[in-house]
Write a protein that binds this ligand. Structure first.
Ligand code: PMP
Length: 283
């Protein structure tokens, strides 16, 4: 079975799909994106991701190239054409193809591409059982990371730095020593049965997984606080986690040289995963 992608109105063989060399995404990172998790052939929290996509488009003053209702249709088509059971959808919109000029082009239609990818369930489960390791590094991103833009060089460098240090994720530290978030995930620590995560601002992305986990925590009357935390708090924490559309809730067992708990996943990991899975909407 060949892999199929959606490119500006057409369903194409993934290996034959391409974009123009003067696409503004390619030249300026002038675009936004979304990643949707797929669980049992269903889209996780579709409305939340679509709302965030429209917020991102609005913030960069870009008009959606298709009607709002068509996104669901194309994503569902790709899930079925690619026979995805569990996996992810990557969707990207750029300001389209135009002769290179910083100013917005006139009369250029935005480019939309959507790709689908299978993920093996056991990979997530294996990582979950072992927990992941985190490397901290400076948060060198621009000041509007609440917009989900394809301008990802700083997170790319941070993630590579983590990988070079035998870690799976980087936690980004701001100029005041606070951990803002992961290079591609939300950061959490647990202390005295209260879960902490950074409050929303322009300095972090409003994670859809974060929103659903918070919904689940409220429903289950589990204490949480949206409060900044630093490395001292991390060292004092009982457990730690990351969340994202592809990692769901993933326990952290080490941050730099510090073991979290006893270096194994803690008893809340399974609880929070369940709370999250029960809070998501599948469509
Ligand atoms: N923060 C950043 C910087 C991210 O890239 C991501 C993943 N897109 C997240 C947080 C988590 O967001 P979500 O739960 O919506 O995947």
């Amino acid at each position: 079975m060949s892999r199929i992608s959606y490119v500006n109105g057409e369903y194409l063989n993934h290996s034959d799909s391409s974009v123009h060399i003067e696409d503004r995404g390619f030249q300026f990172a002038d675009g936004v994106y979304e990643v949707f998790g797929i669980v049992n052939t269903k889209i996780v929290d579709f409305e939340g991701h679509l709302n965030r996509l429209y917020n991102s488009l609005n913030e960069i003053k870009l008009k959606s190239p298709i009607h709002r209702s068509a996104y669901f249709f194309h994503i569902k088509n790709l899930i079925s054409k690619n026979q995805i059971i569990n996996g992810l959808i990557y969707l990207q919109i750029t300001r389209g193809v135009a002769a290179r000029d910083f100013k917005f082009p006139k009369n250029t239609k935005a480019s939309l591409i959507i790709t689908a990818k299978c993920l093996q369930n056991n990979e997530y489960d294996n990582n979950f059982q072992k927990g992941i390791r985190i490397k901290t590094t400076k948060d060198l991103r621009w000041k509007r990371v609440d917009i989900k833009t394809i301008n990802l060089l700083a997170p790319v460098l941070a993630k590579q730095y983590a990988a070079d240090n035998n870690c799976q994720e980087a936690w980004l530290i701001d100029e005041n020593g606070f951990i803002t978030e992961g290079s591609s995930s939300t950061a959490w620590i647990l202390k005295n049965k209260t879960l902490y995560t950074t409050p929303l601002s322009n300095s972090i992305l409003n994670g859809i997984t974060r929103q659903s986990l918070i919904k689940g925590l409220r429903r289950n009357k589990i204490k949480y606080l949206e409060k900044k935390f630093n490395m001292k708090d991390v060292k004092d924490s009982d457990e730690a986690f990351i969340t994202s559309a592809t990692q769901y809730v993933m326990p952290v067992v080490r941050v730099d040289n510090f073991k979290i708990g006893n270096g194994k996943i803690g008893k809340y990991a399974e609880i929070f995963r369940k709370v999250y899975m029960e809070a998501i909407r599948l469509s």
